[in-house]
Design a protein around this ligand. Sequence first.
Ligand code: UDP
Length: 254
Amino acid sequence: MNRRRRIYEGKAKILYEGPEPGTLIQHFKDDATAFNNKKHDIIDGKGVLNNRISEFVFEHLNRLGVPTHFIRRVNMREQLVREVEIVPLEVIVRNVAAGSLCTRLGLEEGTQLPRSIIEFCYKKDELGDPLVAEEHITAFGWANPQELDDIMALTIRINDFLSGMFAAVGIRLVDFKIEFGRLWEGDMMRIVLADEISPDSCRLWDMSTGDKMDKDRFRKDLGGMIEAYQEVARRLGILNESERPVTDGPRLVK
Ligand code: UDP
């Protein structure tokens, strides 16, 4: 059996050493977790869908000139990516009020925000990824002011692209989380988009019914998670006829 060196194992992904120096294999697992690992389940087929959806998004971003770690998908569950030094921040973009923003500020879920809001959380599981300000980020050196500028500028472009991409297929991009890394090319360093963009890391609502098509189906025990992820993939044109499940089609459970 092929014994690859495992570099890192997270909740939903594993990183293995890649075929060449400076590359890694990003493997998507079927594990679903929520509430900082307190809730855990295996959702058959989720990893395959997230791999395909994330590939689709990262390819488009690469083509638009948004630098990412993505090189290519290598199989159903894995993609070849560039090795980066992850900036220890979760960058959250919100277009519509949901989740922790509603709890924190007493907003009603679904309230359109006056403009898109970017938030930062410090990536530290033991602390539950606390919300932090730019001041903390630069004072503690998690990113310098130039890097933070690059992160903000890229984040705005990514939100614009994703909002349009999902709107075109009848999906409202409520919010999402992204991560960035430092890519070293000789002495030069650039900030690039890393990790994944999938229904695990976005809130996606059907524009006409308001149905949730993302990980909230798992968080809130709504059922029909895989069908919802399949529907996202199908609308984006990722699943072709032969790959559709042999049923009478995906159905969202209310
Ligand atoms: N998110 C994520 N990973 C996290 C925390 C949040 O992917 O560890 C995503 C989440 O799916 C949502 C957005 O970031 O699309 C905003 O999440 P929020 O802060 O509302 O936290 P939650 O309500 O999910 O705890």
